[in-house]
Ligand binder design. Sequence first.
Ligand code: GTP
Ligand code: SPV
Ligand code: MN
Length: 586
Amino acid sequence: MTATTSQLASLNQWIEEVARLTRPDRIHWCDGGDAENQALIARMLEDGTLLRLNQETHPNSYLHRSHPDDVARVEHLTFVCTAKRDDAGPNNHWMEPAIAREQMRGLFEGCMRGRTMYVVPYCMGPIDSPLSRCGVEITDSPYVVANMRIMTRMGEAALKRIEREGGFVKGLHSIGELNPDRRFIMHFPEELEIQSFGSGYGGNALLGKKCHALRIASHQARGEGWLAEHMLILGIENPRGEKHYIAAAFPSACGKTNLAMLIPPRGYVRDGWKITTIGDDICWMRPGPDGRLYAINPEAGFFGVAPGTSEKSNPNALASLQKNAIFTNVAVTDDNQPWWEGLDKRAPATDWKGNAFDPASGNPAAHPNSRFTVSARQCPSWSPMAEDPRGVPISAIVFGGRRASLVPLVFEARDWTHGVLIGAAMGSETTAAATGAVGVMRRDPMAMKPFCGYNFADYFNHWLSFDKAGANLPKVFHVNWFRKGESGDFLWPGFGDNMRVLEWMLKRVEGKAGSIETPIGHLPKIEDVNLDGVELTPEAREKLFDYDREGWAHELASIGEYLDEYGARMPEALRDEQRRTATALG
Ligand code: GTP
Ligand code: SPV
Ligand code: MN
């Protein structure tokens, strides 16, 4: 039964061990090639896992309808299992490793009977980059294999690197019976191991993504002096041809994909400004020889939110989706094209569950967390620098959340420590990317609340540690595209117009714009932000560009309480910074 094809004894051994436990009918080692992919797709079309979309408008594109109870990440079932509870921190659910392993053993026992076990070797990052890291995911889901092939460098080349290096992250996944009561996503960062059972959904099942590239990698990065972050990476080129790279952390479904693929307003394009895309979700960065932070996108594809994606909001994403895409839980039109809320004015025929769509029901046709999976190379703004093994130097780090009130459009940190406080204090209203209530304000430091594989107090300390002799660190900013006015409408047009804010940041990076110094940081002078062609109401001008001292005094008190939840482990430097800011606000 076991067709062992690896040169690495430890890998073969693990595969055999897992096969003895899970009892698959067959084992398939994935080479990542076209023939393999076509065969997988053919099988999935046969058994209904995939449905063929209109092949004239969307060649080689397919629809997957998940189990209706399996549509988002499940944070309450996601655990970080470190030997000591405190090492996982109050920011994670924790289970004792031995107990977690025992529990997972019970679930995995015999779970692949009648199924094929796929062995998926993958590389996170350019295959020849020293910043990249490899893993092997074992899964019984061909849908996961097809997605991993798009999202990572999967197959033969990755296996060769793994055999050369000898080490890799072990990920074991089974869709189980998709029973929400038998579903767990367990991480063992100290053993570089992931075990996920009972879900086929993105962040729960494509183990290279959040499980490896964030939870395991953040833990590993702390030990090795680098950072694994929930950030997009974009390139910005000015009319003189000078290039900068910006990394931005926004919580799930808060605008990373959109900002990464931004098309600047017409005047900017005319003047020769250009935005290029390196990554839309995850960023690994470490100091280079010149003291700057160099970043790679560990992923090779986009697993993006469909609703709201349109020719107007994100034309680059739409162009990427013309072919070779997998759509999950979107609706379809009567001629079998993928459709979601906000795409266009057509009426969908069938909803995400496969039922005839009834507009009178009041329910959306596409699931609010419906997604597309597509190769990054198909994006018109994709930058070949995404393949550079050295990574790209980061000039600015941006934090941002979904905040209907209080938080202005943009402000800049005084220095690195203040920047770390701004990141640590990030708050955002929850979205459909995770199960649970939507629209509830919660602290989501650095957009890593669901993804940091260790104690946040230690994580902030790690961030602070980058400020040392020889460092040449990026400037740190905070943005809020989601401020609302009295009427409940967004005050800022957002999307392409966010370019105006990026331009102000670059001016600050290059020392070409002044600012207004306030206790919360440097606010732009409104005349330094190019607002040509933007209509802002007086309410918008005030709320986007000013700050409410009293409201911020409350906010800082609440941030102080939040930091205190981590007790003595919270770095004193961060508590000091919070106290300084609170005092300045009076
Ligand atoms: P994950 O893939 O979950 O990590 O999400 P993300 O951070 O990549 O978010 P994405 O870019 O997919 O945007 C999520 C939602 O926010 C979509 O419905 C967008 O239309 C909306 N959005 C993105 N940018 C803006 C903006 O500048 N303004 C407003 N109002 N909405 C935005
Ligand atoms: C997110 O939720 O932040 C995503 C989608 O990017 S998932 O892959 O499920 O994490
Ligand atoms: Mn994300």
